[in-house]
Design a protein around this ligand. Structure first.
Ligand SMILES: Cc1ncc(COP(=O)(O)O)c(C=O)c1O
Length: 440
């Protein structure tokens, strides 16, 4: 390691300079903060400044930073067995993790069979591979506006920005896209309106795709986010997943719910598809399930899970015992601390506070979300999305004022705090955010 940066710089500035020299420009960051430690919904930078963390590692730290019970489980497992290798043999934590996840799922997934991996992107890869192998069909239907990760298979389904696909498009095959039903900004020119009053043209688009582009016998799966995350926390019309389920049942395709961001309590239910009237054949999960450590995977109905040929997919580290212990303890904490109910109540409070501020703050456009998955559009006086440079400045000013947020959609503040955040902390943080907006 070399460190020839001037010692007069702050610890953060020194680290940023070293980062610039060592880290590829492909690694993007929303904020210029150098994290040192975290506790609950607070994080501290290397210079000791405290922030309220409303990003939670992008919807990941469900029970906050360094929850004592999760840390204890990690330490205990780290002293016992760090890694044995999933392809080498069996471990208790791997099985316990899948059992814990099954206990959160409705039938038939509660009786399903899964696989553990390391990340959301890998989970999506596995789901797509399983669907293609089991149906012996090549094609997948996905939605523009959706984000499914950046490994090449998952990237083929990702449709939230052509930036992710730049230079790769010709290799991203086997997926056809139709617009995600975003009633705030309807692709068919019928917005803005409430999702309940959706024009429904997206259904015609799917039917047209099946009639003209992809023969129903070639369709392996429809992959969908129950709420579009990266795409702007877009809540679809109430009949969305149910209609997709019907298309799948008619064609023999599988329904894959990408629960990487919506999963494990974020929406106030364990899983984003709950309450939709449809149960998917496969869910892909990641982010929160590892309790802050890398963990992802899939759960599929039993007939799929038990017939997927041995060796079809796998990973050396997938289902690492330390990550699994952290994940199992996270689920226990969520039950003991009643965090699904807290996500619902705090989410409603957050939306109400943002809506109230919107009445007098013209920079706030539409506010939407479910549970603690909430977005607020930032708009110009003409009602257009704030441009990327101006948005970046707002995020930086909010961070300077002690609150960490990220972006989703074109120019939306993304609120995805820990599910155990309190009303007081939300009020405190929003006060800081609103002060910044008032000064723009
Ligand atoms: C819905 C969804 N799917 C997949 C992914 C990819 O997950 P990872 O970054 O862990 O690969 C993400 C990440 O943001 C996501 O939000």
């Amino acid at each position: 390691m070399t460190n020839d940066t001037p010692p007069s710089l702050s610890a953060a500035a020194q680290l940023l300079a070293r980062d610039k020299a060592a880290v590829s420009t492909a690694v993007g960051r929303y904020n210029e903060i150098v994290f040192a430690r975290g506790e609950g919904s607070y994080v501290y930078d290397v210079d000791g400044k405290r922030y309220v963390d409303l990003a939670a590692g992008i919807a990941t730290n469900a029970v906050g930073h360094c929850h004592p019970r999760v840390v204890e489980a990690i330490v205990d497992q780290a002293k016992t067995l760090l890694h044995a290798g999933t392809p080498v043999g069996y471990t208790g934590p791997y099985v316990e993790m899948l059992e814990a996840l099954k206990s959160t799922l409705p039938a038939p997934l509660s009786n399903g069979k899964g696989m553990l991996l390391n990340s959301g992107g890998e989970a999506v890869e596995a789901a797509l591979k399983m669907a293609r192998t089991m149906t012996k069909r090549p094609m997948v239907l996905a939605f523009t506006g959706s984000f499914h990760g950046r490994p090449q298979g998952a990237l083929a389904a990702t449709g939230s920005s052509s930036n992710y696909r730049k230079g790769m498009s010709a290799l991203l095959t086997g997926v056809t896209h139709v617009p995600y039903p975003d009633c705030g900004s309807c692709a068919f020119g019928h917005g803005p309106r409430a999702p309940e009053n959706c024009c429904g043209v997206w259904k015609n688009m799917i039917q047209m795709t099946l009639d003209k582009l992809v023969h129903p016998d070639d369709l392996a799966a429809i992959i969908v986010e129950p709420i579009a995350g990266e795409g702007g926390y877009i809540v679809p019309p109430p009949d969305f997943l149910k209609t997709l389920r019907e298309f799948c049942d008619k064609t023999g395709a599988l329904l894959i719910s990408d629960e990487v961001q919506t999963g494990l309590g974020r929406t106030g239910n364990w899983w984003g598809f709950e309450g939709s009237g449809a149960v998917p054949d496969i869910i892909a999960f990641g982010k929160a399930v590892g309790g802050g450590l890398p963990l992802g995977g899939i759960m599929a109905t039993k007939p799929l899970g038990e017939r997927w040929p041995s060796g079809s997919h796998g990973s050396t580290f997938g289902g690492n015992p330390v990550s699994c212990r952290a994940g199992v303890e996270t689920i226990r904490v969520m039950r003991d601390e009643n965090l699904l109910a807290n996500a619902t109540a705090m989410g409603a409070h957050l939306v109400a506070r943002l809506e109230a501020e919107r009445a007098t703050q013209p920079m706030i456009g539409a506010v939407r979300g479910k549970g603690l998955m909430v977005a607020a559009d930032l708009v110009t006086p003409e009602g257009k999305p704030l441009d990327p440079k101006a948005f970046k400045k707002v995020l930086a000013d909010i961070a300077a004022n002690g609150v960490i947020l990220t972006k989703c959609g074109a120019a939306s503040l993304r609120f995805a705090p820990a599910l155990n955040i309190t009303r007081e902390l939300i009020d405190d943080a929003l006060g800081q955010v609103f002060d910044v907006l008032a000064e723009q």
